[in-house]
Each structure stands twice: as structure tokens, then as C-alpha cells.
Design a protein around this ligand. Structure first.
Ligand SMILES: Cc1cc2nc3c(=O)[nH]c(=O)nc-3n(C[C@H](O)[C@H](O)[C@H](O)COP(=O)(O)OP(=O)(O)OC[C@H]3O[C@@H](n4cnc5c(N)ncnc54)[C@H](O)[C@@H]3O)c2cc1C
Length: 323
């Protein structure tokens, strides 16, 4: 039995080999993963990462994989898959407590029905609550950070609550430290008429359907909007005539130019990356603007666990996303 199997067995958590990022991310690309560990509860998740840290084993948390582009190599670290850690939604007046693995679109429906407003603009964002917190997901005038009362995180094997106001909630980026595992959150919403909330949610949904590809394999907007630019990145790429541009299995969506979609059973991350770099190069040359990735780029590691160089590279990738 390996050390990872031993830890998982002792804590009663499923650990699997032979999974690929292509199965676990919405772009449906990416290589093999050494181990996928799937906790069911916040307590289990906190205990596991503590054990992995103590054993010096590298790990990364994954929600629904709707904002991650993992490369095609073999990823020699543990992926902590949180999509089973759903728990139950607890509503107490205007406070809503939810686990990180809960679906964000599902949560938006639940709270709208309960007559609670504040996240209806987020209804169409695929993914988990944990992923939304990590990225400070936002759309149509709402951002999750602005309604977050507190966040539960894993510290020394325990579930610890930290106040939402101690976190910096920036544009698709937060001040959570690398290696922080988010277990759940309490949101503070506002009472409103359920019919009115639903109407606003439906409105956001129809805008989304009218402007974004649906049913396609994407990770949402690939690049952030440049802070100083008067036009959005999608419009900029569209005006350069790049809609429909292809690199192997990756295409610039003909519907929304800031979406890269993948096609085919054997789609490759390297195609999506090459296309993304081609876009960045043209925007740099023609507009003098350095586009920053909104999707997270996850690189495979050559060693048996995340080594220092790789971690530094990952950190560099992360900080490269800051605005
Ligand atoms: C069609 C489409 C439309 C989209 N539209 C929007 C939009 O309008 N607005 C928007 O903001 N985003 C949008 N996105 C991007 C994506 O849906 C969001 O970023 C979402 O919040 C990611 O959630 P996830 O569970 O899939 O996270 P993942 O993709 O699994 O992970 C994203 C990052 O969060 C980290 N993470 C995930 N869970 C945890 C955790 N529990 N603890 C610590 N770190 C964690 C991961 O390590 C990774 O770094 C869109 C994506 C798609 C495919």
C-alpha cells in the first residue's frame, strides 16, 4: 500500500489512480493524474490535506474544473476533487451556509426560492462554490466576495472560520494564499420577492445564452479584460478577425471571441495553449496590450511530487493573473 492509499484508507476517503484532466475539466483536455482523492465532508478534506502536507505530498484542489486548463503531460501530484463535498445548504434568516463542493448554479436557485437576493447574477456560472470563492466569480453586477460573511478553511487538520472582510476580493482573483483549502462559506444575502429575484436571474441567463456559446467545451472567458482598455477582450479579438481561428482541436468560438472551445475525442491542451498564445501575440503586436489569462494553467510536474521549481512556476502563473 502506498502512503497515499494508507492516508486515504485511514480517513475513509476514496483515492483513485488512472484519472485524467480530460475527464475532470470542462475543456475536456489534459493529461493523467497520479492520484485523485475525493472527500465527502469538510472535516475529511481538512484532515487529508494536513496528512498530505505532513507527508510532503503535493496536492491541488479542484472543483468542477470549469476554469482550469491542465496541460497534456503526466501530473505527478494529488488532485483533491471537491465535487462530492456538497453538504447541505443551511439558511438562517439572511445567512446561508454552504460547503465548497456545492454547485453554484444550484445554490443560486435555492436562495432565489427562499427569497434571498445577492447572487442571482451568478446563476449561469458553472462550477462549485469553492471555485467561485477562489476566483471571486462574478457576472451581471454580482460578485461572490461582496456577499461573503465568512469562509471556512483547512488549518492544521481542522475547519477554521475566517471573516470575509479579511480577504481581498479582486477582479477574478483573491488574496487566499497558495495551498489554502476552502471548505465552505457563509453568505449574507438580502430578503426580496422570489418572483423578482427569479426574473433577474432569468434575465442574466438569457443575456448569457445570447452572447456565449452553450453546449460547447470551454472554460468561460480565457483572458481578463485589460484594466485600461475601453473595449473588452472579446470585442478586441473579434475586431482582429480571429473568430473561428483554429489550432488543431482548439477554436476561437464564433459566438464569443474570448472563449476558446475544444473539439473531438482526442482534443489536446497544447492546441488550446498555442491558440491562446497566438491571440496574445497578435494583441501585443497590434494593440500593445499584454493579455492576462483568466483561466488557470496547470502544468504537469516531472518529479514524483511538486518540487520547488514547479511550485515557483505555479506561483508565478498565479501572480501573473493578478491585475
Ligand atoms: C461556459 C462558462 C461560463 C463561465 N462564465 C463565468 C462568468 O460569467 N464569471 C466568472 O467569474 N467565471 C465564469 N466561468 C469560469 C468558472 O465557471 C468560474 O471561475 C468558476 O467559479 C470555477 O469554479 P470550479 O468549481 O469549476 O473551479 P475549478 O475550475 O475547479 O478551479 C478554479 C480554481 O479554484 C481553485 N479551487 C477550486 N475549489 C477550491 C477550494 N475548495 N479551495 C481552494 N481552491 C479551490 C482551483 O484550485 C483552481 O485554482 C465560466 C466558465 C464556463 C465554462
Amino acid at each position: 500500500m502506498t502512503q497515499i492509499e494508507e492516508i486515504a484508507a485511514r480517513l475513509g476517503v476514496r483515492a483513485e489512480r488512472g484519472r485524467r484532466f480530460a475527464e475532470l475539466t470542462s475543456l475536456r483536455v489534459g493529461g493523467a493524474i497520479d492520484w485523485v482523492i475525493t472527500p465527502d465532508t469538510e472535516e475529511q478534506a481538512a484532515a487529508i490535506v494536513h496528512e498530505l502536507d505532513n507527508a510532503g505530498i503535493g496536492w491541488r484542489p479542484l472543483g468542477s474544473g470549469s476554469n482550469v486548463l491542465a496541460d497534456d503531460g503526466d501530473h505527478h501530484y494529488v488532485v483533491l476533487s471537491l465535487s462530492n463535498m456538497k453538504g447541505e445548504v443551511h439558511i438562517d434568516g439572511e445567512l446561508v451556509s454552504v460547503s465548497a463542493g456545492y454547485s453554484l448554479p444550484r445554490l443560486c436557485i435555492d436562495v432565489a426560492r427562499a427569497g434571498l437576493s445577492g447572487i442571482e447574477g451568478l446563476g449561469g456560472i458553472p462550477g462549485t462554490v469553492g471555485g467561485a470563492l477562489w476566483m471571486n466569480a462574478g457576472a451581471y453586477g454580482h460578485e461572490i466576495g461582496t456577499v461573503t460573511e465568512n469562509v471556512r478553511v483547512a488549518r492544521e487538520g481542522k475547519v477554521v472560520e475566517i471573516p470575509g472582510e479579511s480577504i481581498q476580493w479582486n477582479y477574478r482573483h483573491t488574496s487566499f494564499a497558495d495551498g489554502e483549502l476552502l471548505l465552505g462559506a457563509t453568505l449574507r444575502l438580502e430578503k426580496d420577492d422570489p418572483e423578482k429575484i427569479k426574473a433577474r436571474m432569468d434575465d442574466a441567463k438569457s443575456k448569457r445564452l445570447a452572447t456565449q456559446p452553450h453546449g460547447a467545451r470551454s472554460a468561460g472567458c480565457f483572458f481578463k479584460n485589460p484594466p485600461a482598455s475601453t473595449i473588452g477582450t472579446g470585442k478586441m479579438i473579434d475586431e482582429m478577425g480571429m473568430k473561428g481561428q483554429r489550432r488543431g482541436s482548439a477554436v476561437v468560438s464564433p459566438v464569443h471571441a474570448n472563449f476558446i472551445v475544444t473539439e473531438g475525442e482526442d482534443a489536446r491542451a497544447e492546441d488550446a495553449l498555442a491558440l491562446a498564445e497566438e491571440i496574445r501575440e497578435r494583441v501585443r503586436r497590434e494593440q500593445g496590450i499584454e493579455l492576462e489569462y483568466e483561466v488557470e494553467l496547470w502544468r504537469a510536474n516531472p518529479g514524483t511530487q511538486i518540487n520547488e521549481d514547479e511550485q515557483t512556476q505555479m506561483n508565478a502563473d498565479q501572480s501573473g493573473k493578478e491585475q
